[in-house]
Design a protein around this ligand. Structure first.
Ligand code: ZN
Length: 498
């Protein structure tokens, strides 16, 4: 008999049978998960534990929500938290994006595990990981191993990158973009995937669009043979626009646009580019917190010509929060501000109904994310036959009291914090309970001080992260960040201008 878990007598956010874009609160209902699947949702009095071994969690007064789906995140960067407080994208490139080489493979393990656990802690059950830290086979394998260990559901985006060869002047990049170990590692992972009872699938992340067409098409041939369902790429201004051609045009000319592609940001998409993306079923991830800070432009997730293909992501938890509640809130309020300002600028008073509702943004963080990873039949909503990816929010905390009773979706979007996430279930396994992360089993074969330790709690992970951060800071102490930035901008200009 499979393990079973009964989330009893809560307010369940279930799809509206009359409108698949909507969720409705089923009050005093229970939800049963058997094995990894949701097998029953019904009125509290009608759903009994199927066996004496069923684990029962009392959800009275609480909100039972689908787990959030974060469609753009660099999970390895935990040790860099706090570095980028006042940085734009350009400054973040050397100090964040390109730091994988200043991590050892063991640093990657703890950074990745810390990133995954922070997401679970915040109610995220699925993430698309743009894993741009490919400095060695061990870096990549440790990142995969940490992802498996954490318990999160992930599309692990294997990422060929441009690697820094020397931070000492003259700052140089490694000319060898495809050392033999890179695709040997990809092939090895492709043979073994999926990992962790199917939770962790192999995806691909790609930003090397300046390469010749044949090389790019060869890569796509290889990853398609490996069964990769999702390929993600940064789509924004400047440094990700190497040869002056907008990314959708490059993808269109290579016949690559379509549901396999998930573009992050798309903040400067013209109406024509938006049409290219929507008409081909290409997906977009808006990451409001980094976009608003780093100079990407306003989030596009409410744009009429793009919203049908949009979802939400975190991007850099080194820069900002790891929680999707914050992303929903920022996306919604930034859009309301933009629309209100148009009226104010015309001398009008924005009294009429606001377009873009809490339910719209909640959908972006759940069902739209599921669509972006082609898993809408498995995750993204609480329905019988879907995976048991479930989050239970407190209803009577200082933040949630009354809001949870009045409008549970509004409570989550506008009032909830990470502390209000009481229980998190991924694939039927409880990963957070009574507000605390559950210990995780660390895979064997991880080097350094984690070696031989089989089970770790958050306190252990935090200790390793603090130590690892200190060691990384020691390693980068001699870097002149101003000079590195200048050198980076020089190299970028060369690539952009051919
Ligand atoms: Zn990113």
């Amino acid at each position: 008999m499979p393990t079973s878990l009964l989330l009893q007598n809560g307010t369940i956010l279930a799809p509206n049978p009359d409108d698949s874009n909507d969720v409705i609160p089923l009050r005093e209902h229970s939800l049963l998960v058997e094995g990894s699947m949701i097998t029953r949702i019904g009125p509290h009095a009608e759903v009994q534990p199927p066996s004496p071994d069923t684990k029962v969690i009392d959800c009275s007064g609480k909100i039972v929500s689908p787990g959030f789906i974060d469609t753009h995140h660099h999970m390895w960067q935990t040790q860099l938290k706090g570095r980028h407080a006042d940085q734009s994208l350009i400054e973040y490139m050397p100090s964040g994006n390109m730091q994988g080489g200043n991590y050892t493979a063991e640093d990657i393990f703890w950074g990745q595990l810390g990133g995954c656990l922070s997401s679970i802690d915040a109610g995220t059950t699925t993430v698309v990981d743009h894993a741009h830290m490919s400095y060695s086979a061990a870096h990549i394998e440790n990142a995969v191993s940490a992802t498996i260990s954490s318990g999160i559901r992930s599309v692990f985006g294997f990422t060929p990158i441009t690697r820094v060869k020397s931070w000492d002047p003259p700052f140089t990049m490694d000319d060898d973009l495809f050392p033999p170990w890179l695709f040997e590692t990809f092939d090895k992972l492709a043979q073994q995937a999926p990992f962790g009872d199917g939770r962790v699938q192999l995806g691909f992340a790609m930003d090397l669009w300046f390469l010749p067409k044949e090389i790019i098409l060869n890569i796509f041939d290889r990853i398609n043979k490996a069964g990769v369902k999702t390929v993600t790429a940064h789509y924004l201004h400047g440094i990700y626009n190497f040869n002056g051609t907008p990314l959708p045009d490059i993808l269109a000319s290579y016949n690559l646009l379509g549901p396999q592609i998930l573009l992050s940001h798309a903040t400067l998409a013209t109406p024509a580019a938006a049409h290219q993306l929507t008409s081909t079923g290409t997906f977009v991830s808006s990451t409001p917190e980094t976009e608003l800070q780093m100079g990407h432009g306003l989030p596009v997730c409410f744009r009429d010509d793009l919203k049908s293909q949009c979802s939400l992501g975190i991007d850099c938890h080194s820069n900002n929060s790891s929680d999707m509640m914050t992303q929903m809130r920022l996306a919604l309020q930034a859009e309301r501000s933009r629309r209100n300002q148009i009226k104010l600028d015309k001398g009008e008073i924005p009294l009429l109904k606001i377009e873009g509702t809490v339910k719209d943004v909640f959908r972006l963080a759940t069902m739209q994310g599921a669509r972006a990873v082609k898993m809408e039949k498995e995750i993204g909503s609480l329905e019988v036959g879907k995976r048991g990816d479930v989050v239970v929010f407190e209803g009577r905390s200082t933040g949630m009291v009354c809001a949870a009773a009045q409008d549970p979706v509004a409570a989550i979007v506008l009032h909830a914090s990470v502390g209000d996430v009481g229980t998190v279930v991924v694939d039927g396994v409880v990963r957070k309970r009574e507000g605390r992360l559950v210990e995780v089993a660390v895979e064997e074969g991880i080097g350094g001080s984690g070696k031989g330790r089989r089970v770790v709690g958050w306190e252990d992970v935090a200790g390793e992260l603090v130590r690892s951060r200190r060691e990384i800071e020691e390693r980068v102490k001699g870097i002149d960040w101003e000079k590195a930035l200048d050198a980076f901008l020089g190299l970028y200009k060369n690539v952009r201008d051919g």
